[in-house]
Every structure is written in C-alpha cells, then in structure tokens.
Design a protein around this ligand. Structure first.
Ligand SMILES: Nc1ncnc2c1ncn2[C@@H]1O[C@H](COP(=O)(O)OP(=O)(O)OP(=O)(O)O)[C@@H](O)[C@H]1O
Ligand SMILES: [Mg+2]
Length: 298
C-alpha cells in the first residue's frame, strides 16, 4: 500500500515536483494536537501512526514534533544531526513558512517539522517572548499545502503545549488503559477550558483515544468503561491494543503502519484514521449549518 520512497529524498514541500497541482494548492488545513500531560500514554505513537494513516488515504499531512525528546522525529527515521530548522525556529523566527521547513518522509504525503535540541530551552525563552501564547498560532493559521497539521505535544502543560492548544482546532487525547488513566485529566480539561475562554474559543476535544488496551487484563476493560462514562461519545470507537509491533517500529525509523501494516496495532490506527475523517465530515457539516443559521438570522 505505502511505498517507502528514498529516505535521502527529503525536500521542502515547495521544491517538490508537483504532479498534482490542485492537491498541493495552499488551503487552511485542519489543525489537531495530540495532547495529554501524562507521560508515556501513546501520544507520539498515535501522532505518527494517525498521520501516516491519513497520508495513506491520500491526505497531505504535516506532523509537527513539539516535544524536545524528539521521539516523533527519530521514529520517522530523521537523524537529529541532519536537522537544520525545527519547530523551535517556527516558534521564534517570525514569518517562517512551515511548508518550507517541512521534511518529506518515507511515507508519500507525510511531512515532518522536526524537533531539535533547541526546543528544550524554548520554555524559558517563551516566558519573556512577545505574544508568547500565540507564536505557533500565528505561524500555522494560514493557507498551507496540507489537509492536516498534527502536533505531537510534550508530556506537560507547559508554554509549548499551551502554544499548541492555542494554535489548533481540536485535540486528540490518548489515554492509556491503566489504573491511573483518569488521574490528572481534570487538570487537562480545566486547561482546555481556560484556553477556550482566553485564547481560542473554538477549541474542542476531537476525541479521546483508549491506548494499550489488553483484553486479557480485566482492569483494561474497567478503565475503558470508566472513560466512556466520563467522556461519553467523545471516546473513539476504535481502541488501540497493546501490541509490541507498535513499540518496535520507531527503532527502524518507520511508522508501525509501514513496518508491519498487518499487525493489530497498525490495523487499529488505520481504523482510527477513518473514524477521524468521519468525525471531520460531521464537524464540517455542523460548522456549515451554524454558519448558514448565523447568515439567515443576521
Ligand atoms: N499500543 C501500544 N502497544 C505497545 N506499546 C506501545 C503502544 N503505544 C505506545 N507504546 C510504547 O509505549 C511507550 C510510550 O509510548 P509513546 O512514546 O507513544 O507515549 P508518549 O505519550 O508520546 O510518551 P511521552 O509522554 O514520553 O512523550 C513507547 O515505548 C511506545 O513504543
Ligand atoms: Mg511522546
């Protein structure tokens, strides 16, 4: 399905030979952040595989690695030594075009704006920066040659994460099916409410994703039930199983969907992508209806 093309062929989007002119026309992309301040819940695995699955069905996707750990970057086979411009530059250098910084990956249609070591200092630098909460928003809210921009957030509710929440339309929240899954979640929900009230009124939770589900473990089932009770139909129907192939893939610099597209984890992420696209259509229809209603009553 996905042909991995030459890893060395990493050109900026604008320099790419554009076979399909209309597909590459700049438009306002949908912006999604994969966010949960809890560490190790599957944010990066979700961001990488969700982005790959969307690219596999013909969407043009930019994955932004906003985590100083750089796991999405290395997981996509990009050597950190080869990085010249990163998400750090996008935040601090005004007027930079994200499409110019995007690096192509082995997955056609999937581009990455990598993390770099400089991002670890970004938190401190942001404290005194002008319009510090809006830096990413101002770089990303413009026509771009992508259908989706997906941001992999660090495991904190820091200024970097705040920048992502202020920039995006919607948030995907991965939750690990374990005993402490819901711990700290009220803090995340409160942060989202605060961002909505102060910086980004249209922000919403796109969906809550249950990850690392183990059907043999009764606790996994109980946690899944609790989460559904708490978040209702915000929880995606797709559940990501615990699957060792998902954790092996990054060490080969490949998304699991490319590494082993038949493994249960890859199949689940492909299903998630189709669920996301379905929800996107519903959101678009609701937005259109609201827009029309506003026009009629004006
Ligand atoms: N469904 C899964 N099955 C098995 N292993 C998984 C699964 N999802 C993620 N992992 C593994 O669990 C670890 C944590 O996952 P991941 O890096 O995606 O989480 P994260 O939330 O991005 O972590 P961090 O908060 O450090 O950024 C990784 O080693 C990853 O390979
Ligand atoms: Mg991560």
């Amino acid at each position: 399905m996905i042909s991995a093309h030459d890893a060395a062929n990493r050109t900026p989007v604008s320099l790419e030979k554009q076979n399909n002119q209309t597909q590459n026309q700049p438009r306002l992309p949908r912006l999604l952040a994969v966010c949960n301040q809890k560490g190790g819940v599957g944010k990066t695995t979700t961001a990488v595989n969700m982005a790959t699955a969307l690219a596999a069905v013909g969407k043009r996707v930019l994955l932004i690695d906003l985590d100083p750990q750089g796991n999405a970057t290395t997981g996509l086979g990009i050597a950190r030594s080869a990085i010249r411009k990163s998400a750090y530059d996008l935040i601090f250098e005004e007027g930079l075009d994200p499409a110019q910084l995007a690096i192509s990956t082995k997955v056609p249609g999937l581009y990455v704006l990598p993390s770099s070591v400089h991002l670890s200092g970004a938190e401190i630098e942001l404290v005194t920066a002008k319009r510090r909460e809006y830096r990413l928003r101002e770089s990303l809210r413009r026509p771009l040659p992508f259908d989706y921009v997906i941001i992999d957030c660090p495991p904190s509710l820091s200024l970097l994460t705040l920048n992502a929440l202020v920039a995006v339309d919607s948030i995907v929240v991965p939750l690990q099916c374990e005993f402490y899954a819901l711990e700290g979640l009220s803090h995340l929900v409160k942060t989202i409410d605060r961002v909505k009230a102060t910086f980004n009124p249209k922000l919403d939770i796109h969906g809550v994703l249950l990850t690392m589900y183990d059907p043999r473990n009764r606790l996994s089932g109980a946690v899944a039930e609790d989460v559904r009770e708490f978040f209702g139909d915000k929880v995606y129907k797709t559940i990501i199983p615990r699957n060792v192939r998902l954790s092996e893939a990054p060490s080969y610099g490949l998304p699991a969907i490319v590494y082993d597209m038949k493994c249960p984890g890859a199949k689940a992420y492909i299903m998630l992508a189709s669920e996301i696209i379905k929800r996107e259509k519903q959101i678009l229809n609701t937005d259109l209806a609201t827009h029309l209603q506003e026009k009629v009553s004006a």
